[in-house]
Design a protein around this ligand. Structure first.
Ligand SMILES: Cc1cc2nc3c(=O)[nH]c(=O)nc-3n(C[C@H](O)[C@H](O)[C@H](O)COP(=O)(O)OP(=O)(O)OC[C@H]3O[C@@H](n4cnc5c(N)ncnc54)[C@H](O)[C@@H]3O)c2cc1C
Length: 463
C-alpha cells in the first residue's frame, strides 16, 4: 500500500470508503493485478467500525474491545496489497462516466476509473424528538467517534436513549473507560421481542452475535446502571441547552436530569452517491430505508459501478468485508483479469460465510425497529436541522399540494443545507408519506445533486 498517495488521477478501480467493505474490495482487486485507489474522507483506514484502529494505543484498544482490535487484520491485508490509499479525500461528486471529484488539502482533485466500487457505509438514523437539536444532545455514534479517534469521553454522567446494538456497545465501552452513565432508556417494547421471536431460527444460526449482545447487556445491567425498558414519548427538556430527558414507561412518567443525552436508533445506508447517480432504489420496509438495486456481486444498474457493505443494506462489519471481497473479485473478472471459473471458485466460501452473517438480520431488524413516533415527529419538531424546517411546515406544504421531498425542498429549502438532505432525507419522506396517507415508496426521496460535501469556490477553482 502506498499511504496517502497525493496525485492519483487514474486507476483501474477506485474504491470510495475505507471501512471493512472498501478495504476488502481494494485488496481483492489489487491482488488480481488491477491498479486500485482507495479514497476516504477520514485520514486513516478503518471506516466507522474500525475508525483509527491502526493508531489506537493499548489503553484505547482495551476500552474499545477485541472486536474493534480485530479490524487491524483487515487493514494489514490491505497494506500488503499494491492498492493506494488516498486519505482525507472527501468525495463531492461522482459522474456517470466514472470520474470522481474529491476535496483534499483545500483543493478539488479528480480521478478517472474504469470501475468504481462504492463502499460508503452507514450513517445513524435521525432521531427527531422534541429537543433533539439542543446543545448537549448528540448521537451515540458521534460520541463513539470521539472515543475511537481521540480517546475523548464525557466527564459528566450521560443518558443513553433509543435502541440497537451500537447503543449497548457504547454503554459497554463507556463502562470500561470509567464514564458514569446516569441511565439507559431503551425504547424496545415487549411486543418487539415477541415479533422478533418469529425470526428465532435466524438468531440461533447467528448465535455468536446474540451471545455477544446478551453479554453486553448483562455487563451493563450488572454495573447497576438504571435501565428503563419499553420507553415511549421521548423528549429532551431544556432552554439554552439540554437539562433533562423525559419519557414514559407504561403509565409512569419519568424525568432524568442530565446535560448530556446520547440518542441512537440504528443505522441506515449512506446512499448519497447512488442517489446522485440516479440509480434505481427501492424502499425496504424491514430496514425502513432506501436500498440501491444491485446483483449478487454488488454490480449496480450502471456499467462499471459496484457497491459493497452497509451502503447496499445494513448487514454489519463482517458481512461488509465479505461483500467487499466479492465486489473486488467481480471487478477483476469484469476487467478480464480473472476467469469466471476462478472468480466463482474464490467466491464460493465467501458466499457461504455471507449467508451465515445475514441469518440474524431479520431478528435484529424486527427487534430494534425504530418506533414511528421517533421517526415521524410532531409539528413543532425540527425535521431539517440545516435549514430549520419543522415537521409542521412540511405538513402545511403537503396540504398545499406538495407530493414529495423535492417539492418541499423547492418551497422551504429543507434538504438544501450543508448536509444536502443526507440527514433529514428519511424523516422528510416519512413525514410526507404519513401526511398523504401513502407509502414512502410512493413519496420517493430527494433528488440528490452535487456537491455532496460543502465545497468552497477557491477549492473548485483549483480543479
Ligand atoms: C457512527 C457509527 C459508528 C459505528 N460503530 C460501530 C461499531 O463500533 N461496531 C460495529 O459493529 N458497527 C458499528 N457501526 C456500524 C458499521 O458502520 C458497519 O456495520 C460497518 O462499519 C460497515 O462497514 P462499511 O465498510 O460498509 O462502511 P463504513 O465502515 O461505514 O465505512 C464507510 C467509509 O466511507 C467513507 N465515506 C462515506 N462517504 C464518503 C465520501 N463522500 N467521501 C469520502 N469518504 C466517504 C466514510 O468516511 C467511511 O470511512 C457504526 C456505524 C456508525 C454510523
Amino acid at each position: 500500500m502506498q499511504l496517502d498517495a497525493q496525485d492519483v488521477d487514474a486507476a483501474d478501480v477506485a474504491v470510495i470508503g475505507a471501512g471493512p467493505a472498501g478495504l476488502a474490495a481494494a485488496a481483492a482487486a489489487a491482488e488480481q493485478g488491477l491498479s486500485v485507489a482507495l479514497l476516504d474522507e477520514q485520514a486513516h483506514p478503518g471506516g466507522q467500525i474500525y475508525r483509527d484502529v491502526t493508531r489506537a494505543g493499548a489503553d484505547r484498544l482495551q476500552v474499545l474491545g477485541n472486536d474493534y482490535a480485530a479490524g487491524r487484520a483487515l487493514v494489514e491485508r490491505f497494506a500488503q496489497s499494491a492498492a493506494r490509499h488516498v486519505g482525507g479525500a472527501a468525495v463531492w461528486n461522482v459522474t456517470r462516466d466514472r470520474v470522481i471529484h474529491y476535496l483534499k488539502d483545500g483543493r478539488s482533485r479528480s480521478i478517472a476509473a474504469s470501475q468504481i466500487i462504492l463502499c460508503t457505509g452507514a450513517m445513524e438514523r435521525p432521531f427527531p424528538i422534541p429537543g433533539w437539536t439542543l446543545p448537549g444532545v448528540m448521537t451515540a455514534g458521534a460520541a463513539q467517534i470521539l472515543l475511537k479517534s481521540a480517546g475523548i469521553a464525557p466527564s459528566q454522567p450521560a443518558v443513553l436513549a433509543g435502541c440497537g446494538p451500537l447503543l449497548y456497545l457504547l454503554a459497554w465501552q463507556y463502562l470500561r473507560a470509567g464514564v458514569r452513565i446516569a441511565a439507559i432508556v431503551d425504547t424496545t417494547q415487549r411486543g418487539d421481542y415477541l415479533r422478533a421471536l418469529r425470526h428465532i431460527a435466524g438468531a440461533l444460526a447467528g448465535w455468536r452475535d446474540v451471545k455477544k449482545g446478551l453479554g453486553l447487556i448483562r455487563s451493563i445491567r450488572s454495573a447497576g446502571i438504571p435501565f428503563y425498558r419499553g420507553a415511549t414519548e421521548l423528549a429532551v427538556e431544556g432552554g439554552e441547552r439540554a437539562t433533562a430527558l423525559c419519557f414514559r414507561v407504561g403509565a409512569a412518567s419519568h424525568r432524568i436530569p442530565t446535560d448530556l443525552v446520547l440518542l441512537h436508533q440504528g443505522v441506515v445506508p449512506n446512499n448519497q452517491i447512488t442517489a446522485s447517480l440516479r440509480l434505481p432504489h427501492h424502499w425496504d420496509e424491514p430496514q425502513l430505508c432506501w436500498l440501491p438495486q444491485a446483483d449478487a456481486w454488488g454490480r449496480l444498474a450502471l456499467d462499471g459501478f459496484l457497491i459493497a457493505g452497509d451502503g447496499r443494506g445494513i448487514a454489519g462489519g463482517a458481512a461488509a468485508a465479505l461483500q467487499g471481497q466479492l465486489a473486488g473479485l467481480a471487478a477483476a473478472h469484469d476487467a478480464g483479469r480473472l476467469s469466471e471459473l476462478k472468480r466463482d471458485r474464490q467466491a464460493k466460501p465467501l458466499r457461504s460465510a455471507l449467508r451465515r452473517q445475514l441469518h440474524i438480520r431479520p431478528f435484529l431488524d424486527t427487534l430494534y425497529r425504530p418506533k414511528i413516533e421517533h421517526r415521524v415527529p410532531a409539528d413543532d419538531v425540527i425535521a431539517c436541522r440545516c435549514e430549520e424546517v419543522s415537521a409542521g411546515e412540511l405538513r402545511r406544504m403537503v396540504a398545499l399540494g406538495c407530493t414529495g421531498p423535492s417539492q418541499t425542498k423547492a418551497f422551504s429549502r429543507c434538504g438544501m443545507g450543508p448536509c444536502q438532505g443526507r440527514l433529514c432525507g428519511l424523516t422528510v419522506t416519512e413525514v410526507i408519506a404519513q401526511a398523504r396517507g401513502v407509502s414512502p415508496a410512493e413519496v420517493g426521496h430527494y433528488r440528490i445533486r452535487p456537491p455532496l460535501k460543502p465545497i468552497q469556490l477557491q477549492e473548485l477553482a483549483a480543479l
